[in-house]
Design a protein around this ligand. Structure first.
Ligand code: SAM
Ligand code: SF4
Ligand code: F3S
Length: 475
């Protein structure tokens, strides 16, 4: 999936708290603190939760000790993600001992997976709410306040929260996520998401365009359209008698303004179409960057994973991307040590990475998830040290490719969207290229702001950052 400042899609994003709402003291009856884990969709959901709570008179705080309600928006994708949340819950329990009356709520995928277990058996939380039940949060809070068990983990076939304007609390004011669909119908055998997020459904296209337009009007200059499988987006606009595919949606979003950058994530190799690639080629403001998770380079393993494409199909897609969008940035997800994976299978994954030379890759070793097809059908038979050794091998290979990718950009000029001050110095800007690479450059004497575009000549690079200087101002 795409990166926002190098970190959006990464499920390893952990425990980021949101900024407080702008508020007057005493304006809100209670305060909540929310910490988010997992993928960009979860972070986007926290913004919906903030909006629902805010409408009911709750204000947010960045300081957990000040909060009346603590929410953890959780991830179940790997066992480690759940362990991190459990550890954090234990810390909050000790905070609650000092502040009786404080309520702790678990939201998101782990809430959906474990249902009332953490509330009833382990007594770690007071409220449990799954990803499709956030509208019931205010009433659940009321129930928990009277000492009742407050649980709602019902999955929905049509909930998209399309009518809720998310509150952008942890925002640089330039880049925003926009959810375009929820759930997933793909049933990859290793993956817990279809069970925690339910069936796939697309959000009303009109509400998406409206949200994007509002973001643009309030100064945002980049949107990332989010879904587990964006290429299967499908909406029938009865008002205008139009079928909106993902390619058409992308075009509509791009037309909001040429000054708005458009990104999207995640594409499934079986579904990404020429129509999408041609739409990307037609609009300068659709960023030339595709996250195309492969998961394995071995046909045998891909079949066990139920990914429904072959290595050859995947390579043909990559070739097509490079033909229609020369220089397009490409990233992937890769899993090592899936059930029955042999050294030969591993070598095929390695060779595929050699072929694709990804600009960015998220690499994991397989973590068996309860209830998934793989857990029910196959033995998790690759020893942990083998999984980890194979992971280290592909990480080492990818480091070479990503450094080469950075080095290729040196002595070239790129259009950069300014996103923030550099973390290291207020005298430098932090921005990104169309291809999603971070660029740091001195502000010099120019009167620029976040959200402005500049052409930057790249003088040098590190493994993760391009370093340059302004050559032209583009606004
Ligand atoms: N829908 C996207 C896709 O199909 O690529 C993203 C799915 S998931 C949120 C993000 C990544 O986590 C997957 O692409 C996969 O590489 C990894 N992942 C999912 N389940 C896993 C598991 N059981 N063990 C290790 N990695 C896993
Ligand atoms: Fe999981 Fe596969 Fe759906 Fe991605 S496409 S969320 S990996 S089931
Ligand atoms: Fe995302 Fe983790 Fe759920 S990756 S969809 S928050 S299991």
């Amino acid at each position: 999936m795409l990166e926002l400042a190098g970190k959006t899609h990464d499920e390893s994003r952990q425990g980021e708290a949101y900024d407080p709402l702008v508020q007057l003291p005493g304006q809100f009856k209670k305060h909540f603190y929310i910490e988010s884990y997992g993928c960009a969709m979860n972070f986007a959901d926290s913004e919906v939760v903030a909006s629902i709570l805010n409408a009911e008179g709750f204000g947010s705080t960045r300081n957990a000790e000040e909060a009346d309600l603590i929410f953890l928006n959780t991830c179940s994708i790997r066992e480690k993600a759940e362990q991190t949340v459990r550890k954090r819950l234990t810390e909050f329990r000790s905070l609650k001992r000092k502040k009786p009356g404080m309520l702790i709520g678990m939201l998101g995928c782990m809430a959906e997976r474990l249902k009332s277990k953490l509330l009833e058996e382990e007594k770690l939380v007071d409220i449990v709410v799954g990803p499709d039940a956030y509208r019931s949060l205010p009433s659940l809070i009321g129930e928990a306040e009277t000492g009742q068990k407050a649980v709602n983990v019902l999955l929905s076939r049509d909930e998209t929260y399309g009518d809720i304007a998310p509150i952008r609390l942890d925002s640089n004011g330039v880049c925003a996520f926009v959810s375009i669909m929820r759930g997933c119908n793909n049933m990859c055998s290793f993956c817990v998401v279809p069970f925690t997020r339910g069936r796939e459904r697309s959000r009303d296209a009109l509400s998406i365009i409206q949200e994007v337009q509002q973001l643009f009007n309030s100064g945002y200059r980049e949107v990332t359209l989010l879904g587990q499988n964006v290429d299967s987006y499908y909406w029938i606009d009865e008002q205008n008698d139009e079928t909106v595919t993902f390619a058409r949606l992308l075009e509509k979003v791009a037309l909001v303004s040429p000054l708005l950058r458009v990104r999207f994530s995640t594409s499934h190799p079986k579904d990404i179409t020429d129509e999408v690639l041609c739409t990307m080629a037609r609009y300068d403001n659709i960023c030339k960057y595709i996250h195309l998770p492969v998961q394995s380079g071995s046909n045998r393993v891909l079949q066990l994973m139920n990914r429904t494409y072959t290595r050859e199909w995947y390579i043909a897609k990559v070739n097509r991307i490079r033909e229609l969008l020369p220089g397009c940035g490409l990233s992937t997800d890769m899993i090592t040590g899936f059930c029955t994976e042999t050294e030969e299978d591993h070598r095929e994954s390695y060779a595929l990475m050699e072929y694709c030379k990804y600009d960015l890759a998220y690499m994991y070793y397989y973590s068996e998830r309860p209830g998934t097809l793989a857990e029910r059908r196959y033995e998790d038979d690759v020893p942990e040290e083998t999984k980890k050794r194979r992971l280290q091998e592909i990480i080492a290979l990818h480091r070479i490719h990503s450094l080469e990718s950075m080095q290729r950009d040196v002595k070239k000029t790129f259009r950069v969207l300014i996103e923030a001050n550099s973390k290291k110095s207020d005298n430098d800007w932090h921005g990104r290229t169309d291809h999603n690479k971070v660029v740091i450059f001195p502000k010099e004497h120019y009167q620029l702001n976040k959200g402005d575009y500049v052409d930057v000549f790249i003088d040098s690079c590190t493994a993760g950052t391009l370093l340059g200087r302004i050559v032209t101002i583009n606004n």
